[in-house]
Design a protein around this ligand. Sequence first.
Ligand code: HEC
Ligand code: HEC
Ligand code: HEC
Length: 131
Amino acid sequence: MRDRGIIVGGLILFLGLITFPVWYNVTAGSTAKGPEPKRPEQEKTCVAPVGYMRTSHMDLLMDWRDEVVRRHNRKFTAYDGKSYTIGLTQTCMKCHTSKADFCDRCHNYAGVAPTCWDCHIDPKLVQRSTG
Ligand code: HEC
Ligand code: HEC
Ligand code: HEC
């Protein structure tokens, strides 16, 4: 029974150590959460299933670009039969209205910086610059 204090103390120390990452995040004001892009509130579905969009939206964008630039086709029929006009600014950004709160949140988190915006328009910036 003399060891009881040591055992209890050891257990407390052990618990403190294995939960350290949690405490560390809480006290540092950060969490283990992802980038949390702000999803559209008005719309329910994307132009492709959300799982595909999350991992492969860049492939879809390249297909869209090729359709327009190489095949002169601006019509896209989605998996659910809905029809969209192909367009990064025109269509993607109509639902995902904020590049900063949507695209950039993930891209900053993942450390990617697509150069599309050198030529394509971020609707928010246009609103700002035209007052
Ligand atoms: C009609 C509105 C609409 C259009 C157009 C649209 N999206 Fe979406 N998008 C959504 C909605 C709504 C969700 C969330 C769907 C869900 O939660 O099931 C979403 C999800 C996503 C996601 C996953 C986000 C996450 O939190 O994991 C990505 C990436 C994305 N869209 C990119 C795009 C791109 C790129 C385009 C243009 C090619 C586009 N979207 C066009 C409405 C749209
Ligand atoms: C759910 C998180 C998420 C959202 C939201 C998101 N992206 Fe991405 N995007 C990524 C990740 C992660 C990569 C890098 C993938 C890789 O390198 O394999 C990426 C890569 C890209 C690329 C390719 C860049 C390159 O250098 O190869 C393009 C283009 C792109 N995203 C466009 C968009 C656009 C436009 C939006 C907003 C409409 C958007 N993404 C929203 C996570 C996201
Ligand atoms: C050097 C300038 C430039 C850059 C950089 C660029 N684009 Fe484009 N893109 C164009 C031009 C020009 C067109 C043709 C516009 C038209 O005919 O409507 C186009 C068309 C497109 C289209 C179809 C039409 C539309 O309005 O959206 C998509 C989608 C597209 N680009 C996606 C991308 C993506 C994704 C990136 C970044 C990975 C990118 N582009 C980078 C110049 C550029």
